[in-house]
Design a protein around this ligand. Structure first.
Ligand code: ZN
Length: 70
């Protein structure tokens, strides 16, 4: 998934990066028993107005899906 256009101001000038804290931001599903190390949430920013939108990376979404189906 990605953000190609800003949903707030319709700008197409979008950059991609990480929101940082002590480390990369990670989403961990309550349904997965092991801790997740490293970041798995990618963030897009509109260079014109600063709006950000974040997505959990596909690899981790697949783990959640395989857990739900298996
Ligand atoms: Zn914008």
């Amino acid at each position: 998934m990605s953000m190609a256009e800003c949903p707030k101001c319709s700008s197409a000038r979008i950059d991609k990066g990480w929101i940082l804290s002590a480390g990369k931001i990670a989403f961990r599903s309550d349904g997965l028993p092991y801790p997740f190390s490293g970041g798995n949430v990618r963030t897009y920013v509109c260079v014109d107005c600063g709006y950000t939108e974040s997505y959990v990376e596909r690899e981790y979404l697949d783990k959640i899906k395989s857990k739900k189906n298996g």
